[in-house]
Every structure is written in structure tokens, then in C-alpha cells.
Design a protein around this ligand. Structure first.
Ligand code: ADP
Ligand code: TRP
Length: 323
């Protein structure tokens, strides 16, 4: 089974990204052949600053590796190392009705948030379909927000195969992760665009400061508290074991514990996860040649597959070539 997913380098990754996406990716690496890539062509629709895009792209690679992605098992690579993907994007655009793209909700959402409506942003689902179809991916693990894009990729595989009466492109299946929405410092969904994140890789001190700034209600230390309505507890339960979680819930209900203590408990479990990863990340960051070599090996393998599929696509469509 071939598993594929992409993550955009559109900002510093945060605990919501880890719990909502990366953690599942890291689990899948033990079971399947995985292709995970850094979707920098996609991010070019929103980050148009050379240095920043380069830095954010590399950061995603460092973050994944530090959190336990095993390059011996996973092909990790930059999307832009596989230019075949852009050629397939064009070919797919010729068999896809404009109406399909008109229905993409993510385009409308992004416009509503003030992102420039470029052709790239509009064609984004075509590029994402090409990403998926060019590796004949079986399974695409994503969050719910991406489901429509996977369905479009399924449709586009069908349009191509029907148009050219072939079975060249494989229909992918989505694997929806059931991770709950991770709340941010203000209780809303944790998101880079809301400025309410706990970044994965900040200093231990800054991370702790962010956690200490989580908004709570104004109950006094003595008053019993409701764990279920509290973001500190929601985050804690996603990171701590069941016994520790039950214990903290008990302390909430009993009264006599201030939110400050709950935040300290949360800061500890966060540090247990991120402390060792932070060290690994520093080591990796100090050895850029090693990281480049990992990304290169991933790209070599991905490109091998992409070339074969693209060649079948060209052959089926009757695109002449002399190379
Ligand atoms: P952001 O909202 O910070 O811009 P993205 O949309 O780039 O994050 O997120 C990439 C993936 O990370 C999403 O598809 C989703 O699966 C996951 N993710 C992001 N934020 C959260 C969150 N608060 N809770 C759960 N999953 C999240
Ligand atoms: N669009 C996805 C996101 O914003 C990232 C992505 C690009 C992707 N290409 C992909 C995800 C292919 C899965 C498969 O999160």
C-alpha cells in the first residue's frame, strides 16, 4: 500500500499540526510505503518571499525528522524536486471541467480571508490531484478540510482514464484522521492564521510562556472547575496518558487547584514530547548536508515513480516526444 501526503510550509508548525496530522503520518511509516512531501509549489500561492519560503520549507523537513520520521522508511522530499507534477497538472486541466474547480470551497475560504485570487490559487486542486496521481497513491491521510480535494483527484483520475480509454491513473482513497480539533491559547482552533499557537520548536522558555498565557475563566483557586470546558485540559489529555489525565480531571473537580498549576502540568507533558525532539532538531540543523541528502534520496525515489507514470500518461494521451 502506498501512502502519500503533503504538508505546506506556509508557517511555523504548531502543536495542532502535530496532533492533527504529523502524528498520524509518523504512525503510518511503520506500516506502509510512505511518500511525504513539502508542498512548496502550493505555498507559492501565499508565500512569495524567496528567503522565507526556503527557510519554511527546510523547517518542515527538520520538524518531521526531529519528531521521528525515519528516512530509512519514508521518502521525504520537496514537491519542487518533482517537476513532472506540474506537467501532469496541465494535462489534468485539459480533461477537467471548470465547474469542478468553481465548486472548491478552499478557494472561496481563502479569498474570504483576503488571499490574492491568482490562477495558481484557483488551480490548486489540480496541482494537488497531480501530486497524488503521479505516484499511483493508494491512501492519502488528510484532515477533513482536504477531503474535497481528494474527491476531486478521484474524479480527475476518472476523467483522464475515460477520455483516453485507459487505466493509467489510479483512484486514491482518503484516510481521514479523526484527531479532534486542537484548541489554541484563546480556546479557538489552533491555527497559524489566528496567532494562537503553541509552536513545536521554540525555546523551552518561550513554549512555557505561551502555555502560561492560555485563557481561562476567572474561577478562584478554591473553586471546583470543569475540565471539559477548559483548553488546558483539552491539550493535556491529547498528550498525557489515561491515568495522568484522570488524575488531573479529579484535581479540577475537587477544587483547591488553580489554573496556574494545570498549566504547569501541561507545560511538563509538552516538554516531555518536545524537549528530546528539540535536541534532535538542533543536531540536524547543524548538519545541513545530511538533511539535503535525506531530501535528495527521497526525491530520487519519488521521481523514479513519477517518471514512469508521466510517461504512461503521455503515451495514453498521444503526446509526441523525441527524447
Ligand atoms: P493552519 O490552520 O495553522 O494554517 P494548516 O491548515 O496548514 O494549519 O494545517 C495542516 C494540517 O494540520 C491540516 O490539514 C490539519 O489536519 C492539521 N491541523 C492544523 N491545525 C489543527 C488543529 N487546530 N487541530 C487539529 N488539526 C489541525
Ligand atoms: N493541500 C494540502 C494542505 O493544505 C497539502 C497538500 C498538497 C497535500 N498536496 C497534497 C495533501 C497531496 C495530501 C496530498 O494541507
Amino acid at each position: 500500500m502506498r501512502v502519500l501526503s503533503g504538508i505546506q510550509p506556509s508557517g511555523k508548525l504548531h502543536l495542532g499540526n502535530y496532533l492533527g496530522a504529523m502524528k498520524q503520518h509518523l504512525e503510518l511509516q511503520h506500516e506502509h510505503e510512505c511518500f511525504f512531501f513539502i508542498a512548496n509549489y502550493h505555498t507559492l500561492t501565499t508565500v512569495q518571499d524567496r528567503e522565507r519560503l526556503l527557510e519554511l520549507s527546510r523547517d518542515v523537513a527538520l520538524d518531521y525528522l526531529a519528531l521521528g520520521l525515519d528516512p530509512g522508511k519514508v521518502n521525504l522530499f520537496y514537491q519542487s524536486d518533482i517537476p513532472e507534477v506540474t506537467e501532469l497538472t496541465w494535462i489534468l486541466s485539459t480533461v477537467t471541467g471548470k465547474g469542478l474547480l468553481d465548486r472548491a470551497t478552499s478557494y472561496k475560504d481563502k479569498i474570504a480571508r483576503g488571499i490574492t485570487p491568482s490562477m495558481g490559487l484557483y488551480s490548486y486542486p489540480l496541482l494537488m490531484a497531480a501530486d497524488i496521481l503521479i505516484y499511483r497513491s493508494d491512501l492519502v491521510p488528510v484532515g477533513k478540510d482536504q477531503l474535497q480535494h481528494i474527491e476531486m483527484a478521484q474524479d480527475m483520475a476518472g476523467y483522464f482514464n475515460n477520455t483516453f480509454r485507459c487505466e493509467v491513473l489510479k483512484r486514491p482513497e482518503p484516510k481521514l484522521n479523526e484527531a479532534p480539533v486542537v484548541p489554541g491559547l484563546d480556546g479557538q482552533k489552533m491555527s497559524k492564521s489566528y496567532g494562537n499557537t503553541i509552536p513545536l520548536f521554540d525555546t523551552a522558555k518561550n513554549t512555557r510562556k505561551r502555555i502560561m498565557s492560555i485563557k481561562t475563566d476567572s474561577r478562584t483557586v478554591e473553586e471546583p472547575k470543569d475540565p471539559d470546558g477548559c483548553s488546558i485540559f483539552a491539550l493535556y489529555r491529547l498528550l498525557a496518558g489515561p491515568n495522568e489525565t484522570a488524575e488531573l480531571a479529579e484535581r479540577y473537580r475537587a477544587g483547591g487547584m488553580g489554573y496556574g498549576d494545570a498549566k504547569k502540568a501541561l507545560a511538563e507533558v509538552v516538554e516531555q514530547l518536545l524537549g528530546p525532539a528539540r535536541e534532535r532538531r538542533e543536531e540536524l540543523a547543524a548538519d545541513p548536508a545530511q538533511v539535503d541528502s535525506i531530501l535528495h534520496s527521497g526525491a530520487v525515489r519519488a521521481r523514479e515513480v513519477a517518471r514512469v507514470v508521466l510517461s504512461d500518461v503521455r503515451e495514453a494521451a498521444g503526446l509526441a516526444g523525441t527524447f
